[in-house]
Design a protein. Structure first.
Length: 159
């Protein structure tokens, strides 16, 4: 009987080791983050991903006209069927962002470029106080709502 318990324990440990190791590495990375290093979003690590979320968003470069983000997200394989989209934009109407293809499974990193795009010819600048990060769900061509959203305070004058 003792041998069976030992064998079951070893088999369980063999299956759980990669998950526990990955979780430990995420916790270590999360704890060593410098909040002034351009990170807009840093989510606490979780042992099992159960819903789509943005793990981190980091500002790579910024000019008065555009911002470039590196966004790491996860859409678990068990998430609702359909397509998912990532939106990053300021809280003003004069913007555009690069589209991207989101993939299910393991965490993925994509670059998102947010640019100033005036809606009227006489607009030369605009200000924003917030950057918005969204993951949306689309099924059968119909918008299914936000599955993740986070507003991050960030003041910027766009020109």
């Amino acid at each position: 009987m003792r041998e069976i318990v030992f064998i079951v324990f070893v088999v369980l440990l063999a299956f759980l080791y990669p998950h526990l190791k990955g979780y430990y590495e995420q916790v270590q990375a999360y704890q060593s983050q410098d909040p002034r290093s351009g990170y807009f979003i840093v989510s606490e690590p979780v042992l099992v991903e159960t819903s789509p979320r943005i793990i981190e968003a980091k500002l790579i470069s910024e000019t008065s006209r555009q911002m470039l983000f590196e966004v790491t997200y996860v859409i678990p394989s068990a998430a609702k069927k359909g397509r998912y989209t990532l939106s990053v934009h300021p809280d003003m109407s004069h913007w555009m962002y690069s589209s991207n293809e989101l993939v299910r499974g393991e965490p993925q990193t994509v670059e998102v470029r947010v640019s100033f795009r005036p809606q009227q010819a006489d607009v030369t600048s605009a200000s924003s106080t917030m950057m918005k990060f969204y993951l949306s769900h689309i099924k059968d061509g119909a918008w299914g709502g936000y599955v993740y959203q986070k507003d991050v305070p960030y003041e910027k004058i766009w020109r």
